[in-house]
Design a protein around this ligand. Structure first.
Ligand SMILES: [Zn+2]
Length: 187
């Protein structure tokens, strides 16, 4: 989140501008915080939160490696948390914020849970199911459709993914160039 800096006093002081706790940008920043936690845990950095009214009822980050579970995407974990919090699988008046466009698995689950609105950061033209590769969130033949808001904090959501994969590539390169140092017992 970019905090405004005080100006020369000529106009209204932007530092006094109220912070909108329910704005898409503010809420996506909360999802980005989750993505940063994934990064620190060595997971592909994707974060998600679910909001009902002005309350965040679920926060999760990708945990595929930690849980050794290919279904442990941020959205799936957040949906489970939200269902538990509400004691209901119907999340009809809830909105899901996720830093990357949902994959087909997550989009399917989002429709099953009847999420009202999906807000995402960076799109995924190769694998996204919210309009990127396909649009499972708005299939006329399914019994629920979610509103979609793409591109909220898109640059930040992309940057964290890029720096993760750059670091992963560099680590892999280092490993290849010094195999005996990595596994001294095998030499
Ligand atoms: Zn997914």
């Amino acid at each position: 989140m970019v905090f405004p800096t005080p100006d020369d006093g000529a106009g209204p002081n932007p530092a006094e501008a109220p912070i909108e706790f329910t704005s898409d940008t503010f809420l996506m920043e909360q999802a980005l915080r989750q993505a940063r936690r994934a990064f620190q845990a060595g997971e592909v950095p994707v974060g998600a939160i679910i909001v009902q009214g002005s309350t965040i009822i679920a926060r999760a980050h990708n945990q595929v490696e930690t849980l050794r579970d290919a279904t442990a995407h941020a959205e799936m974990l957040a949906l489970s948390q939200a269902q538990e919090a509400l004691g209901d699988w119907r999340l009809t008046d809830c909105d899901l914020y996720v830093t990357k466009e949902p994959c087909p698995m997550c989009a399917g689950a989002i429709v099953h849970c009847r999420i009202r609105r999906v807000i995402f950061g960076v799109g995924d033209p190769k694998g996204g199911a919210a309009g990127g590769l396909l649009n499972l969130l708005q299939q006329p033949t399914l019994n629920h459709r979610s509103e979609i808001t793409p591109g909220v904090l898109e640059a930040e959501s992309l940057a964290i993914l890029q720096s993760f994969f750059r670091a992963a590539r560099e680590a892999a390169k280092e490993k290849r160039s010094s195999p005996t140092q990595e596994n001294p017992d095998l030499s």
